[in-house]
Design a protein around this ligand. Structure first.
Ligand SMILES: [Zn+2]
Length: 227
């Protein structure tokens, strides 16, 4: 082996080691992001087109699935096709898609609050102060929006388009508007909406929603909104 070959060998080895270190760091970062992101599916699970948001479903759910402004994870699209999603929620999302392109990654199927804890009728203990309260996702009365107009909700709570989703909601009549709207702290603060309008303002909940907007209906009929 001449000197040049030895040098080439060393360079290859160094490249391999660096590659392994980089892969390990990326893996750790990914684990950190996923584990912080309670209640969420894997990032990037929303897709528009085959297997995702397009086609199937009847009535307004079908309309939503056909909207070019609507993206969904395969699980969320299946929920819409099966008819498990509350009609008021479908209508509210249709309103939002009139102005914004949104990606919903979870209604009922595949939603979870804590890693390793399967969803049931009630929010599990350990999920902030909401533990023990009814789980609106389980009943098909909640949607999680992960991206708005191509931007992730995480880190963009005060972006005008992400804020725009909240503004559309405020224009929906109180008896049809979600009464369990939760988003990142800066999103909530900038919009400045009240509990009476359906916004959840508890700090622990805002901290758990840094990466998505949650639109939910607390009960099967009617809402708690008074304005
Ligand atoms: Zn949610």
């Amino acid at each position: 082996m001449n000197r040049q070959e030895r040098r080439g060998g060393r360079r290859l080895l160094r490249g391999l080691v660096l590659g392994l270190v980089a892969a390990a760091l990326c893996g750790a970062a990914l684990v950190a992001v996923v584990s912080m992101d309670f209640g969420r599916l894997a990032p990037g699970s929303c897709s528009w087109g085959f297997g995702g948001g397009r086609g199937g479903g009847t009535g307004e759910a079908g309309e939503l699935l056909e909207s070019p402004n609507f993206e969904a994870s395969p699980a969320a699209a299946r929920d819409l096709r099966s008819g498990v999603v509350d009609e008021r929620l479908v209508s509210a999302l249709l309103e939002v898609t009139e102005e914004h392109r949104i990606c919903v990654d979870a209604f009922k199927e595949g939603h979870y609050f804590l890693p390793g804890v399967t969803d049931g009728p009630f929010i599990p203990d350990g999920y902030g102060e909401a533990g023990g309260l009814p789980n609106t996702h389980y009943h098909g009365r909640a949607a999680d929006i992960r991206r708005v107009d191509g931007k992730p909700v995480r880190g963009n709570g005060s972006d005008s388009e992400v804020l725009g989703v909240g503004e559309v909601l405020t224009r929906i009549a109180p008896d049809q508007r979600p009464d369990q709207t939760i988003g990142p702290p800066d999103w909530t603060e900038t919009l400045g909406r009240s509990r009476e309008e359906g916004w959840v303002l508890d700090e622990d909940q805002l901290d758990l929603h840094e990466a998505h907007l949650h639109l939910g209906y607390r009960s099967n009929s009617g809402t708690n909104n008074t304005r």
